[in-house]
Design a protein around this ligand. Sequence first.
Ligand SMILES: [Zn+2]
Length: 128
Amino acid sequence: MSNNEGINECDQQHPIDYYKESIRLYYYNIVLHQHVEQVTQERNEIKQKLLKFQALEDQESELSMEDKRKRNRRSAIEIPRSHVCQIKNCNKSYGSEGSLMQHMKIKHGITQHLDKIGQISDQFKSNE
Ligand SMILES: [Zn+2]
């Protein structure tokens, strides 16, 4: 048995209907083409959405950067409170002399320089 005979035998068992096959491929091509168009349209829509999203994201990151800049001010916990109010029974402490001075002014009505207050409180302490 030669190879040619084998192929012929195969063709006879499964004869290809070229007319039907061409129609099948024709419709397959149309369907595929429609599918490609649909996918292309979807791709464009996604692309536009992505662009919108990126624009929003840029806006957001700009806003959050601003937010971070605002928040970069040290929080109350982080500030070393080395400036302690020297007034008796007042245990308030502040991160800066300015803050303490403000506290003195508002809470105790004292506008004198901090050093003087310190001296006065030292006198109080030594008198005790
Ligand atoms: Zn005080």
